[in-house]
Design a protein around this ligand. Structure first.
Ligand SMILES: *[C@@H]1O[C@H](CO)[C@@H](O)[C@H](O)[C@H]1NC(C)=O
Ligand SMILES: *[C@@H]1O[C@H](CO)[C@@H](O)[C@H](O)[C@H]1NC(C)=O
Ligand SMILES: *[C@@H]1O[C@H](CO)[C@@H](O)[C@H](O)[C@H]1NC(C)=O
Ligand SMILES: *[C@@H]1O[C@H](CO)[C@@H](O)[C@H](O)[C@H]1NC(C)=O
Ligand SMILES: *[C@@H]1O[C@H](CO)[C@@H](O)[C@H](O)[C@H]1NC(C)=O
Ligand SMILES: *[C@@H]1O[C@H](CO)[C@@H](O)[C@H](O)[C@H]1NC(C)=O
Ligand SMILES: *[C@@H]1O[C@H](CO)[C@@H](O)[C@H](O)[C@H]1NC(C)=O
Ligand SMILES: *[C@@H]1O[C@H](CO)[C@@H](O)[C@H](O)[C@H]1NC(C)=O
Ligand SMILES: *[C@@H]1O[C@H](CO)[C@@H](O)[C@H](O)[C@H]1NC(C)=O
Length: 827
């Protein structure tokens, strides 16, 4: 009995020694798994995934250990202890890695009221000298995790916690996993996990040992999908090695002719994404059957046709990043015509690119300075992390050359005087090959040939010179701007020739002509009925030949130039006709009396319809899309149906009129160019209406076709949301900001016009919103053309008409909660 107890003790001791030996190193896979705050006296332990976790003590200096008091989600063991850093601004972990290899780096943070103060910290996480993420445990009250795929740029890497306020940074665990050779290669930057899903109705995550690289795979499934699964083995041996069990299940659309779509919103519309889609056929298909589909991202086809293979793995990814125009991302698999089966997807990884622009300090300099620190046993609180960068954290007593972020900084000055150094010079100082000065304290430490006085650069003169020249540049710009504004409007660009003319001429076309002023008085019954006030004057109701109704716009003389120009322009407008453009019937020019006579549209303008003013009924979703299509067709005609092309310059809901059958027609085109003044247009001095005006106009001073596309995007947003274009009482005052803000919450029901009472096809609503946001892209080059817009609205209409209506089950926010979902779920 006594001997066996003794044996047990010996065995335990031996095991403990083995653990400690292992603790000094990585495990056989090169995994580093640190349970932060675990004392080095405590034994390492194996977690429920079968990975050994070690104390973090050897990997960092300073910091104190804490133990959580509250563990609301009963997290795994590594979240019970933590290390917090009350001292110093920046504290770092140093980890040995292999230069050029790709690593999965994962850090988790759980506060758990370890200090009993209930003060959840907010701080920054850095990778070397670069910001990786902000950790806000006030928002992520249950803890959060960050993971990233990063190619090591040197043989050691530093993960730093940086104080940004009063609260003390903390960390619960830190893990490093070397990845397969040649995987997750980017053009530039590293990859932040956006989500990593395997498509299954299961509720459990997949990790090590199912995934030999210990990536965390979350289950994800949508209501409109059907689960497929297979018991047959899958060969998962490509470079990425997704777990075999993830490949044994797949999702396929329940509606076998529908695409398989995953959609989410992007907080930053310029974000760059990489995706890795993993496919394996789960079914035994008959010889006469195929499953074939195309792989698209935001409507752009990147791969296909593709046939997944049975029992094998295919990974489809891009070597260049993709973006989500308009802030809505859509990964879609579309069945080809010859396919007899709907598309299938097993797993999908999506990452965003994070740039680390600042180079780390020269590797040899870092080695040398560390060696100096060790020789003199210096331990200054701010001598943590990269010695030179970022500049605000540069070590005391050092100066570095770092003018260019992409060049590794070099140490140029070392001032050890305050450290009270005595004795001989450390050999390693010789390895600081760029050292210019090595200062004070002990002049004998000066290195003979590299000891120079610091250069005093004459920097004042160039600064003065550049300030002066900047002032001149600004003055010239201001002058140009003033001159431009003062320039009289010219008629250029209005010499257009309609390309086609419709065969059966309507009343409006047959009667196009010049009217006398007395005829105008007669047709309006002496200006009896006011229809409204337009951009250039009052509009009256009238009738010609006692039956045909017209709208008469009376212009003030001051709003136009001379008769010749007026007539030339009007003649051109008289020749433009399209079913979705309000026809000009004629005009009047007699002395001071100017008027334009248009066909009358009894249903008024779209703006009034949307606002519900005058007891108008609510326009349903398909009708809105139909109206959008019609207005877009009118605009496209102006852009490409006329030669030379014509820009409307004032597209807005108030300029979209509705006929008796609610057919939409664009009004007021071709006028803003040569007619000055009047109404809302005055806000912007030249053309356009505030809120609808292309933001690029501010820089270019020029309105082109893409400016109309922008305005059309705003119109579409109004039709979708029924929100004011500019809301003075809100922080998100412009409609695009409002939509962007709401998109972050990810719930489209919050965005759609409440008057629609959720009666719309969800897919078509998303597509319309996507389209509107891409039209309203601040950068004109990223906006679609009107022809593309028309194509997309047609697709939306098809969805809207075929859709099941109140399909509100898909919750895109599930897709977005990527970081929070990283902390392992309750066990
Ligand atoms: C934290 O966990 C609690 C309990 O599970 C939950 O009610 C709460 O919503 C969670 N908070 C966040 C931000 O996820
Ligand atoms: C980094 O490590 C590799 C392998 O361990 C070695 O070949 C290389 O020389 C090291 N590089 C530096 C700069 O220390
Ligand atoms: C990765 O590639 C290097 C050479 O590029 C090779 O030496 C190494 O064995 C490879 N490792 C694996 C796991 O394939
Ligand atoms: C299935 O999807 C197709 C294409 O999206 C659509 O035309 C059809 O109406 C859908 N069927 C049902 C029942 O939703
Ligand atoms: C394929 O052939 C089987 C009989 O061998 C038949 O039952 C099935 O309908 C065929 N499928 C298609 C899509 O033609
Ligand atoms: C799939 O891609 C092929 C090749 O690019 C193309 O010809 C085909 O029209 C596409 N099919 C669908 C349904 O998008
Ligand atoms: C550090 O060096 C730069 C030039 O490399 C110089 O402009 C700057 O004044 C120096 N700073 C200190 C604190 O010596
Ligand atoms: C070196 O450090 C000491 C103490 O911090 C300071 O007084 C001295 O001015 C520094 N010398 C230079 C050249 O920066
Ligand atoms: C100086 O650098 C050389 C070559 O990089 C290295 O072999 C030597 O160990 C370094 N000296 C010290 C004291 O770090």
């Amino acid at each position: 009995m006594a001997t066996s107890l003794g044996l047990l003790l010996v065995l335990t001791a031996i095991l403990a020694i083995i653990y400690i030996v292992q603790a000094q190193d990585q495990d056989q896979r090169g995994f580093i798994s640190l349970d932060c705050g675990l004392s080095s006296n405590e034994s390492p332990y194996k977690d429920s995934n079968g990975l050994w976790f070690y104390s973090d003590e050897k990997f960092t200096q300073g910091g104190k250990t804490g133990r959580v008091r509250e563990n609301p989600k009963r997290f795994a063991e590594q979240y019970n202890t933590l290390r917090y850093f009350p001292d110093g601004i920046r504290n770092c972990y140093n980890l040995n890695v292999e230069k050029g290899r790709s690593y999965l780096i994962r850090a988790t943070f759980v506060y758990g009221n370890y200090d009993g103060l209930g003060m959840k910290p907010v701080f920054d996480l850095h990778l070397g000298p670069n910001l990786w993420a902000t950790i806000d445990l006030q928002k992520e009250e249950n803890g959060t995790g960050k993971d990233m795929l990063h190619i090591a740029t040197s043989n050691s890497t530093q993960i730093c916690l940086v104080k940004t306020g009063e609260t003390k940074p903390l960390i619960s665990s830190l893990e490093l996993r070397p990845m397969g050779n040649g995987t997750y290669i980017t053009k530039s930057g590293s990859l932040k996990r956006y989500f990593r899903y395997y498509l299954s109705e299961s509720s459990s995550q997949i990790r090590y040992a199912s995934d030999i690289y210990d990536r965390v795979w979350d289950p994800f499934f949508l209501k409109e999908w059907t689960q497929l699964s297979t018991a047959t083995n899958v060969d998962n041996s490509n470079r990425y090695r997704p777990p075999e069990i993830a490949l044994k299940s797949a999702a396929t659309p329940t509606n076998s002719s529908a695409p398989l779509t995953i959609r989410w919103t992007s907080e930053n519309p310029d974000e760059n994404y990489y995706y890795y889609a993993h496919f394996s056929e789960t079914e035994d298909l008959q010889a006469n059957e195929t499953r074939e589909f195309n792989v698209t991202w935001n409507g752009i086809q990147y791969y296909g046709p593709f046939v997944p293979s049975r029992g094998n793995l295919n990974t489809i990814s891009r070597t260049a990043p993709v973006t989500c125009n308009g802030g809505i991302c859509r990964f879609e698999l579309i069945r080809t015509d010859r396919s007899t089966r709907p598309p299938l997807l097993n797993a999908l990884e999506v990452y965003t690119v994070i740039q680390f622009p600042q180079s780390e300090t020269d590797e040899n300099d870092v080695g040398a300075i560390k060696s100096i620190t060790a020789t003199y046993a210096l331990s200054r609180i701010n001598w943590r992390g990269d010695p030179c960068v970022p500049r605000q954290f540069r070590w005391d007593g050092l100066n570095c050359s770092n003018t260019d972020m992409s060049m590794p900084p070099r140490i140029t000055t070392l001032n050890l005087s305050s450290s009270g150094l005595t004795g001989t010079i450390a050999d390693a100082v010789q390895n600081l090959t760029q050292l210019e000065t090595f200062v004070e304290g002990n002049p004998r430490l000066c290195l003979s040939d590299s000891c120079k006085k610091p250069h005093k650069k004459k920097i004042i003169v160039p600064i003065v010179a550049s300030v002066a020249s900047a002032a001149i540049v600004i003055a010239v710009l201001v002058l140009l701007f003033v001159l431009k504004k003062g320039k009289p409007a010219i008629l250029q660009g209005l010499h257009l020739l309609p390309r086609t003319s419709s065969m059966n001429a309507t009343f409006a076309e047959k009667n196009r002509r010049r009217f006398t002023y007395s005829e105008v008085i007669k047709m309006t019954n002496n200006f009896q009925r006011i229809l409204g006030k337009g951009g250039f004057g009052m509009v009256y109701h009238g009738s010609v030949n006692g039956s045909e109704q017209v709208a008469v716009k009376v212009l003030s003389q001051s709003s136009t130039q001379g008769y010749k120009e007026f007539k030339a322009e009007v003649d051109l407008l008289l020749r433009v006709h399209h079913a979705n453009l309000v026809s000009l019937v004629g005009y009047c020019y007699e002395g001071d009396h100017l008027a334009l006579i248009y066909e009358f549209l009894p249903n008024g303008d779209l703006k009034k319809h949307l606002s519900g003013k005058g007891g108008r009924s609510i326009i349903n979703w398909s009708t809105r899309l139909q109206m959008a299509l019609e207005a877009a067709s009118g605009l496209e005609y102006l852009h490409i149906g006329c030669t030379p092309p014509m820009v409307h310059r004032d597209v807005k809901t108030a300029n979209i009129l509705l006929d008796a059958n609610l057919k939409a027609k664009l009004a007021d085109f071709g006028l803003s160019r040569s007619f000055q003044g009047g109404g809302e247009s005055q806000d912007t001095a030249v053309a356009g209406t505030l809120g609808y005006l292309d933001p690029e106009y501010n820089h270019s001073g020029r309105l082109g076709e893409k400016s109309d596309v922008y305005s059309f995007g705003i119109v579409l947003l109004e039709m979708i949301t029924n929100q004011p274009v500019i809301n003075q009482t809100s922080d998100n005052s412009h409609i695009t900001q409002w939509v962007g803000f709401k998109l972050n919450a990810g719930d489209i029901a919050e965005i759609m016009d409440p008057n629609l009472h959720k009666d719309y096809d969800l897919n078509s609503a998303w597509r319309a919103l996507e389209l509107a946001m891409s039209c309203a892209n601040p950068s004109s080059s990223k906006r679609p053309s009107m022809s593309q817009v028309i194509h997309e609205i047609k697709e939306c209409l098809v969805c809207a008409k075929s859709g099941t209506g109140k399909n509100l089950e898909m919750e895109p926010q599930e897709v977005m909660s990527s970081d929070a979902s990283m902390v392992p779920m309750a066990r």
